[in-house]
Design a protein around this ligand. Structure first.
Ligand code: AMP
Length: 594
């Protein structure tokens, strides 16, 4: 049973993004050069890989429930061929119209996927057992029932894979992983006894990690916070290329003694970091991660550099964005008294980027409007990899602040309940990034005034950005602090004593808040001074009280935290300046070895 696109000379089958890039490079990288390949995440979907301005762009084409095919936000078409024909006449939202098919070189056939190799046999086996048929009748049944059976069969295909171990306990999974060689990335998938849900067990640094696999209402599988997949085998295939929330990419299948040998191909990894990092703009949301032998670093992600770092994009940069360039999703990322924050996509000149959109719910409230515009004008001045960048403001059905997306959400929520999965080294790395963002603010004479774990957003588990500049201020050229005229609705538990006592805010006061943020992170998202009310905290601090040492907190981190809470009543702001490198090198070592 061939793919409906099999006959197209520019269809490459189940190749990876890197292989697609390689074929396009060999094809000459002319504007509008394109190829079609199978989507590794959605059943029946494709990816259109297209060249523009010496870069490749990858658009996922989804097969809709009614059997049509469409690029997100685009028109539906009855097949992938018709879709390509349509976009060859009109770019209609793509970075360029499809001009020249990148033909498969002589002798290259569309690459079969893992599942393609077993689909035929599974269908046959299923039809035989279900209807008790043989011979011609069986062949007829397969042909007539195949479309209906495809999905069912695909969702069972993991059972045929060597890495699938059926129902076994966590202890048994560890026993199997630890038997024989123990390379990083050795993995297996198992069904959990209690709930019937699935779990992925993975070795890294000779330690076994276990990840629960969630199944959402629409039937998609995912590692918590990770990408969603129609089937378990697609999830495994994807994690072989991209770690996507797990500690290490899947490398070597721990084979089930009761299964045939692993049918899954070895992962196709980029050859070097430049290769991976060059794959930046990803309209299909598939960001480069698969760095051989180490996990993703902030500089490997799209949002490390400003979306306006390209001079051509910069030319078009304006504070007010055109509404037609902004697609707003229904997905709500968060909310506050101003309104809600929604997910969206902003179409730039040459690329599309994922954005978070702060939407003012009541435009008649001038004070809220003013606050949002103040936040916007403050954010407009900032450009640092460890700070959420503002893209612009859009004044349409509501007043909206459009920002870079930090998809993994607030640090406190991310860490809460993840003690088993996140290492102290990872937390230290994230805190170090926060300190770099804060240092940038200090060097530019800005005070944040609301640094807390809730306002540190994660792009992924290894990349943090500071957000929420609603209270931030610029400090005058001759001043070392900002003095608030009146006390307001303040996050007192994060504030240094001089903020409360004298309404004075300096970078040193931000250091105090950084210490509290450290404490929140190292307690995996606990609330500071839990049982105390604001005024009680103030007198507790005045009497020399401080937050307790988090359990398992390394000595250096505890000392540092306490230094952040130095109270020198003779000076404004007793806390230390964070100009010094605040993270002890000893703790950075394990990450540097990646
Ligand atoms: P805020 O009022 O700025 O604290 O935003 C409220 C919530 O919206 C945050 O706690 C996040 O969950 C979400 N949010 C805000 N900005 C972003 C962003 N840039 N990327 C992802 N989520 C965001």
């Amino acid at each position: 049973m061939r793919d409906v696109a099999f006959h197209l000379p520019f269809f490459y089958g189940s190749i990876s993004r890197f292989e697609a890039d390689e074929f396009l490079r060999l094809g000459g990288m002319t504007d509008g050069l394109f190829l079609l390949r199978v989507c590794l995440r959605n059943l029946g979907g494709y990816v259109l890989s297209l060249v523009f301005d010496q870069k490749t762009y990858h658009y996922s084409i989804e097969r809709q429930l009614n059997g049509t095919y469409a690029i997100a936000g685009g028109k539906p078409h009855c097949g992938p061929e018709e879709l390509c024909e349509y976009y060859s006449k009109d770019a209609d939202g793509l970075c360029f119209a499809l001009r020249k098919p990148c033909l498969r070189p002589a002798g290259v056939e569309p690459k079969p996927g893992v599942y393609d190799n077993i689909r035929e046999n599974m269908l046959r086996e299923y039809a035989r057992q279900t209807w008790n048929l043989e011979g011609d009748a069986l062949e007829q049944a397969i042909i007539s029932q195949a479309p209906q059976l495809q999905k069912l069969i695909a969702t069972m295909a993991h059972e045929k894979m060597g890495w699938y171990h059926g129902i076994i306990t966590r202890d048994e999974a560890e026993r199997r992983l630890y038997s024989g060689a123990q390379p990083d990335g050795k993995f297996l998938l198992r069904q959990r006894q209690e709930s019937g849900t699935y779990a992925l067990s993975l070795l890294y640094g000779k330690t076994a990690y276990h990840y629960r696999i969630e199944l959402d209402k629409s039937g998609k599988f995912s590692i918590p916070e990770g990408s969603k997949f129609d089937t378990l085998w697609q999830l495994v295939e994807y994690l072989k290329i991209k770690s996507d929330g797990v500690i290490f990419i899947l490398r070597e299948a721990c084979t089930n003694p009761n299964q045939p040998a692993d049918l899954v191909r070895p992962p196709s990894l980029p050859r070097n970091r430049q290769e991976a990092a060059s794959l930046t703009c990803n309209p299909d949301g598939y960001t480069p991660d698969p760095i051989e032998g180490r996990r993703m670093l902030p500089m490997d992600t799209e949002s490390y550099v400003s979306p306006y770092s390209d001079p051509e994009e910069l030319k078009e940069k304006k504070l007010y964005l055109k509404r037609e360039c902004l697609l707003i999703d229904e997905v709500e990322l968060g909310s506050g008294n101003f309104g809600s924050v929604k997910k969206g996509v902003y179409k730039m000149r040459k690329k599309q980027i994922d954005v978070a959109i702060k939407i003012l719910k009541n435009d008649n409230e001038n004070s809220l409007k003013e606050e949002l515009m103040k936040e916007a004008s403050f954010m407009q001045k900032l450009d640092n990899p460890y700070i959420v960048r503002m893209i612009g403001v859009c004044h349409a059905e509501h007043l909206m602040l459009v920002m870079e997306m930090a998809a993994a959400g607030p640090l406190n929520k991310f860490l809460s309940g993840r003690k088993e999965q996140i290492t102290i080294e990872t937390i230290v790395e994230l805190l170090h990034q926060v300190s770099m963002g804060m240092k940038y603010l200090e060097q530019n004479n800005f005070v944040h005034r609301d640094l807390a774990a809730r306002n540190v957003l994660l792009v992924n588990q290894h990349y943090a950005k500071i957000s929420d500049f609603g209270l931030s201020k610029a400090i005058g050229a001759n001043d070392s602090y900002y003095k608030a005229r009146t006390a307001g609705k303040w996050p007192v538990k994060w504030y240094a004593p001089e903020c409360i006592n004298y309404r004075k805010f300096s970078s040193k006061a931000d250091v105090w808040s950084f210490g509290v943020t450290m404490w929140e992170a190292l307690t995996f998202g606990q609330k500071p001074y839990k049982k105390m009310k604001g005024p009680e905290v103030v007198s507790f601090i005045e009497q020399g009280g401080r937050l307790d040492r988090p359990s398992d907190c390394p000595d250096e981190m505890h000392e540092l935290m306490q230094e952040c809470w130095t109270y020198n009543s003779k000076h404004i702001g007793g806390a230390l300046s964070h100009n010094k490198t605040i993270i002890p090198n000893i703790l950075l070592k394990p990450q540097r070895s990646f």
